[in-house]
Design a protein around this ligand. Structure first.
Ligand SMILES: Nc1ncnc2c1ncn2[C@@H]1O[C@H](COP(=O)(O)OP(=O)(O)OP(=O)(O)O)[C@@H](O)[C@H]1O
Ligand SMILES: [Mg+2]
Length: 350
């Protein structure tokens, strides 16, 4: 993902950090959670509020430029107000003269990008995604209509699932501003977002709209269901502008993914999200949920949701392997006792 980004990974904070280190007078670094194109994300302990948080370190170039830093803070101030259970909460900007980071809610889980790679054939099936889809639509709808903030970098790597199986959208409102700041500083052609999930309008550098997020959501789901985004090799820019992606069923056939068939409802809705003309896309995330006939999260029976999630979680692999170990142990002991009893039978005096 990093190299698809505008902004260079080499520009990330150069200062060396180690676990246990105390930073900015209140955070203790615990371990690295991951790396993105802009820098490293650490798990840390906020000693003042006694809670775990995630610290996303900003590129050094941004820290060194007070003007850009204050613009970034101003642009992202509104994302600090996003309060939704399915959106990763941004807490604060913290920095000194050498380094700086965005502190945010820690998600004890994995990204959908990562979870997809753990699936057989490296794809999800629509039923795996349904609970998360309705949470995503609800959160997007809240951000677009109530908070009036667009994400502009929606992608599987920014969709996380916590241990309780709840979906959390990360980097809301900050990915774009970070990308813009970096492209300004590096004078690279400015377009914030990740190429393969970008709408034709975003690619052309047009003013952002919530319909860019609708496109990116479509491109993300296309990838989650087929293992690749709609356009992934060759001249991607041009294909995003001009080509119609094959249906997901065609793509799955091409990759020998069984079952190849993706239900018509999903095909039609995702294809509509990927329309070149924003006016032809579903006009809101709520409309996507309606088209996919998603019940609202409240309408779903909690037990079913948690059960469904239990089997979707990466952790479920571990449960499943524990269960299969238990079953194997049972079978072995049954076989052993059968052998023993048959041996006993043979040995027993007649
Ligand atoms: N709030 C968080 N809680 C827990 N882990 C996180 C959090 N935010 C990010 N991560 C982890 O850090 C990794 C890197 O995140 P980051 O946002 O820097 O990169 P990205 O979204 O993959 O790519 P990009 O460079 O385009 O932003 C993620 O893949 C995830 O594993
Ligand atoms: Mg991210």
């Amino acid at each position: 993902m990093s190299d698809e980004r505008s902004g260079r990974a080499s520009d990330v904070t150069q200062r060396e950090f180690v676990g246990g280190q105390r930073l900015f007078g209140r955070y203790t670094l615990i371990r690295i959670l991951g790396r993105g194109g802009m820098g490293i994300v650490w798990l840390a302990r906020d000693e003042e509020l006694e809670r775990d948080i995630a610290l996303k370190f900003l590129p050094e170039l941004i820290i060194r430029d007070p003007g850009v830093l204050s613009d970034l803070k101003r642009e992202t101030r509104r994302s600090l107000e996003l309060t939704h259970q399915n959106i990763v909460r941004i807490y604060d900007f913290v920095h000194d003269e050498r380094s700086g980071c965005i502190s945010m809610e820690y998600v004890d889980g994995e990204t959908l990008a990562r979870l997809r790679c753990d699936k057989p054939n490296k794809v999800f099936e629509p039923f795996d995604l349904s609970a998360w889809t309705s949470e995503l639509c609800e959160a997007l709808n809240y951000a677009h209509t109530r908070a009036r903030i667009i994400h502009r970098d929606l992608k599987p790597a920014n969709l996380m699932v916590n241990q309780r199986g709840e979906l959390k959208i990360s980097d809301f409102g900050i990915a774009r501003s970070l990308g813009d700041s970096m492209s300004m500083l590096t004078r690279e052609q400015g377009r914030s977002g990740t190429l393969v999930y970008m709408s034709p309008q975003q690619l052309a550098g047009e003013r952002g709209s919530h319909l860019d997020d609708i496109y990116s959501m479509g491109a993300s789901f296309y990838e989650l269901l087929t293992s690749k985004p709609p356009f992934y090799s060759g001249n991607i820019d041009r294909q995003i502008q001009e080509r119609i992606a094959p249906s997901m069923t065609e793509r799955r056939k091409e990759f020998n993914i069984e079952p190849a068939l993706v239900p018509a409802l999903w095909e039609e809705t995702i294809a509509a999200c990927l329309a070149k003309d924003p006016a032809r896309r579903p006009q809101s995330a709520a409309e996507i949920a309606r088209q996919l006939q998603m019940p609202s999260p409240e309408a779903r029976p909690p037990a079913m949701r948690s059960l469904q999630r239990l089997f979707q979680r990466k952790a479920s692999r571990c449960y499943r392997s524990k269960i299969s170990v238990a079953i194997q142990t049972m079978l072995i002991s049954q076989t052993a006792s059968r052998r023993k009893s048959s041996a006993g039978f043979l040995r027993s005096p007649i």
